[in-house]
Design a protein around this ligand. Sequence first.
Ligand SMILES: [Zn+2]
Length: 177
Amino acid sequence: MARKCSCQICKTKGSTDVFYKVTDDKGKNKYYCSKEEYDSFMKDKENREYLIKYIAVDVFNYSEGQIIPPILLKRIKELNVFYDYEVIYECFKDSKDNIKYWIENKGFSSEYGMVSYIMKIIESNINDIYNKWKYKKSQEQKKKNNDLNLEIINEITEIKQVKKSNNILDFLDEEDV
Ligand SMILES: [Zn+2]
């Protein structure tokens, strides 16, 4: 029987027979407005983990398990209000050598000072990266649309061919009579 539930992500209230159900590893059912919302949430989570790991390992040369300064996590979260984690990742990748250079040569006396400096580098670079990313995404979307159009055209051609062969059969039947 359907029960009331609310979306784990956006807290919208709904019903268990309509909402998208995911059973977690403890066997507990969790509900989401739609599969799309759930998928994009999980993708985002994955992208965030990827980014954080990249910063820890590739930028800071941290050992496994060593934590990133919380102030940096906070600043990244603020960036993510507008920029996708993918964009922030690309930006860190692009600025990596620059950031590493300053960490080694600037002699920061506090983590706060270091993070502020890193974020200045990121912020001065991120719109260029964002524009490139946006362009790439639009090209991908265009390609997807083209593929879809092609698929539809193929389908229509197939239907036409089937119809044609049916007509021929009809014709033959009449001739036979
Ligand atoms: Zn929702």
